[in-house]
Ligand binder design. Structure first.
Ligand code: SF4
Length: 216
């Protein structure tokens, strides 16, 4: 790493991300905030394309948050049976529906602070919903974002809270949502957990590759 800075230049990273992935956006398909919340709950350890397939089936049977409130989680789970964690996901969706109907007048709340009060909704899920359904500046620090923030030298470790603060400090507030989608693309295409493809990475010129010992 001789000659490189200890942390990447955020302006250079921004320009490189915009050039390589200008179209990066949320790949979960949803027609309203409730559908997006369901999709994000389903996305744990599941590819977005698979989630979209399952959502298409759910949408044939259930419309709106009201349709989920009286569902037995086991009945919902039968639609999710091939997904990882399907029992937990079914329970989280039905509990979220009841909470939103009885505590939020049937409307998905808009802020992260309100969203994280919903049973089964963590900070990353809340940030995805706030950012993509309501256009609120929000950083969804998933495992890609955590890993990349660390390798770029912006976060002392790959950790959700540290990465969220690092991304907020590095980028313009108005760009947070888009940058997270671009970093996810970077993580999938180049900055893999094992043996990252630094040779074809658009930010390699400024990245200190913190903790990377076996790059391609
Ligand atoms: S792929 Fe390599 S150069 Fe690119 S962000 Fe990851 S560690 Fe840095």
């Amino acid at each position: 790493m001789a000659g490189k800075q200890r942390s990447a230049d955020a302006v250079v990273v921004s320009a490189a991300l915009d050039e390589r992935w200008p179209e990066a956006r949320c790949e979960l398909l949803a027609r309203d905030p409730w559908e997006l919340l369901v999709a994000v709950i389903l996305s744990a350890r599941t590819a977005d394309a698979r989630v979209n397939q399952v959502m298409a089936v759910l949408n044939e049977h259930f419309t709106g948050v009201e349709a989920y409130q009286d569902l037995d989680p086991r009945a919902l789970g039968s639609f999710l049976a091939r997904l990882p964690l399907h029992r937990q996901k079914a329970r989280a969706i039905t509990e979220a529906a009841r909470y939103i109907l009885y505590r939020c007048d049937g409307t998905v709340p808009r802020s992260i602070d309100e969203l994280v009060r919903i049973p089964g909704v963590g900070r990353k899920t809340a940030a995805v919903v706030a950012g993509n359904a309501f256009n609120h500046p929000a950083v969804a620090a998933d495992s890609h974002v955590q890993r990349i923030a660390h390798r770029l030298g912006w976060a002392i470790r790959a950790d959700a809270v540290v990465a969220e603060a690092a991304i907020e400090a590095a980028f313009e507030r108005a760009d947070w949502v888009r940058r997270c989608h671009q970093l996810i693309r970077l993580g999938r295409d180049c900055c893999r957990p094992m043996r990252p493809w630094c040779s074809r990475c658009p930010v390699a010129g400024t990245c200190p590759q913190v903790g990377v010992s076996d790059a391609r």
